[in-house]
Design a protein around this ligand. Structure first.
Ligand code: GUN
Length: 280
């Protein structure tokens, strides 16, 4: 068997087109503000791509670049002003933050109604108790890919590798809500290969290139690779040994061109949803 390759670029493009059409019919343009603190080059690329995609779909998008020396108090004050600004629908603070700024204090300060990343404890808690509101973009994008590819989720055995607040934890919550039977594996899991071999849906968000080998993939399983790793030779690689997994899997996402494009498209969907909820 050779896997069906899930084309995340195509699914994301269709989603962005739908959003653009919806925005064109609104009497206002939803507004997203992204705060980028410091000069991490990877973050700068992400933020530029978010801004470009938002504008192309008809959003108003502003990126505020703050120096690496910005104090936590100054960042919190800026967030408070954006919370109070009725024109702003979505606020995103790009992570990681410089080390002198407490990430938790910053995420806690964002108005949950404008928290398009879904990282505020209120939104994380609502998802955990099965009442999702604004949901983290990458795992929500994965659910869209599963639906678009026609992967059966209800009743399926799903294994998620990685327990970050950005991907793994919310991914496990979303799969549970969709009636999968979910195992959340991580760096301390005793026999990771054995856990993976039981998975009908395997979502890998470990940040370790090539971690999942071909013979860890059950015949016909759906393999979703969230990893984006820059190798020493400059190439991008996922967390799954793609060429090895291809003959085992039923579906697989490539890197690049799989999950990555869905994150930004889903951010735009969240921003539109936040705007509609706020503005009625
Ligand atoms: N850094 C890496 N991924 C993300 C994300 O989804 N949102 C934000 N704000 N920062 C990130």
């Amino acid at each position: 068997m050779t896997a069906r390759v899930i084309d995340g670029r195509a699914v994301a493009a269709r989603l962005r087109e739908r959003l653009a059409a919806e925005i064109a019919s609104l009497p206002f343009a939803p507004k997203l503000v992204v705060l980028l603190v410091g000069d991490d080059p990877v973050s700068a690329v992400y933020v530029r791509n978010k801004d470009k995609a938002a504008r192309a779909a008809g959003f108003t998008s502003e990126t505020e670049r703050l120096s690496a020396a910005t104090t936590e108090a100054a960042l919190l004050a800026r967030i408070a002003a954006l919370n109070d600004d009725p024109e702003v629908d979505g606020i995103l603070v790009q992570l990681p933050l410089p080390r002198h700024i407490r990430t938790e204090a910053v995420l806690d300060a964002i108005d949950p109604a404008k928290d398009v990343d879904g990282f505020h404890p209120l939104n994380a808690g609502l998802l955990a108790i099965g009442r999702p509101a604004l949901v983290p973009c990458t795992p929500k994008g994965v659910m869209t890919l599963l639906a678009e590819a026609g992967v059966p989720v209800a009743g399926a055995r799903a294994v998620v590798i990685g327990r970050s607040n950005i991907v793994g934890r919310p991914m496990a919550a979303l799969l549970t809500l969709a009636d999968a039977t979910v195992t959340l594996a991580h760096s301390r899991t005793r026999d990771l290969a054995a856990e993976c071999r039981r998975a009908e849906i395997l979502v890998v968000a470990a940040g370790r290139p090539g971690l999942v080998r071909g013979d860890w993939v059950a015949p016909g399983a759906c393999v979703i690779d969230v990893g984006i790793n820059r190798l020493a030779d400059g190439r991008l690689a996922g967390d799954v040994a793609y060429a090895e997994a291809l003959p085992h899997a039923g579906w697989i996402t490539p890197v690049p061109g799989g999950v990555g494009p869905m994150t930004i498209a889903t951010l735009l969907a969240n921003t539109l949803a936040a705007a509609r909820a706020r503005r009625g």
